[in-house]
Write a protein that binds this ligand. Sequence first.
Ligand code: ATP
Length: 269
Amino acid sequence: MRVDIEDVSVDVAGVRLLSDITLRAGSGRFIGLVGPNGSGKSTLLRCVYRALRPSAGTVRLDGAELAAMTAREQARRLAVLPQETATDFDFTAAEVVAMGRLPHQRGGSGRPGAADREICAAALSRTGTGHLADRGFTSLSGGEKQRVLIARALAQRPRVLVLDEPTNHLDIAQQLEVLALVRGWGRPGDGAEGGVTVLAALHDLNLAAVHCDELYVVAGGRIVASGAPHDVLTEELLAEVFHVRAHRVTHPESGAVQLLFDRIAPTTP
Ligand SMILES: Nc1ncnc2c1ncn2[C@@H]1O[C@H](COP(=O)(O)OP(=O)(O)OP(=O)(O)O)[C@@H](O)[C@H]1O
């Protein structure tokens, strides 16, 4: 499913947080949003999952304006892994995953059928969380919670997946696992043949370089660069936007651009 963000601006309490953002994500593409803290990545993603209404501009899914959809229509197409999830609810991991099926149940009845149960079991298995099914969500570690929330998103069978720092709380093996899992969505039986379109805010530029088809660099509420990771992650851009000196190397197996960083010494006045 295509995602088209056109000329989106966001003003909150008279402060401009995003200015004229245009981003086009083709069906099945993995798009990374990168940028310094506070640059506007989450704000943009919030416009895509409608936690925030843009002050100007539109977001379209396969040409259909998001603002005109019901919450249920949206949830049948788009799943979200937000940066912060309220974790004080008293549900088991299996119940949390089952919530992913709600938009698909007739009348939102909350009564899962056999197919729903099968999809949830597959999502738990795919994320390696089957053994946590009966555990209280609040008792899980940060990484386990993250994987259960990914299982919930998987059970939702979205065509678009919005991830706000999905590798938060995960050790390096789990980070690689989760990104490979997300990339692998859209296999036969996932309910999203042709691939899931992913919009992900990522802080780790080396992971972003390996996993993303395209990067959009956000700085000061604007897109300052976009394109293939190899073209975007230049030493000049990293100095200008992230204030680091980077040495570009090539991953010996994947051929992806990888970065080694030095701090740029602050200039003395
Ligand atoms: N409701 C709000 N009212 C005022 N300012 C806000 C509001 N929401 C976000 N901001 C500000 O907008 C800017 C962008 O925030 P945002 O969370 O989108 O950045 P980010 O790039 O996701 O940052 P991080 O990498 O730290 O998660 C920040 O300066 C933030 O303080």
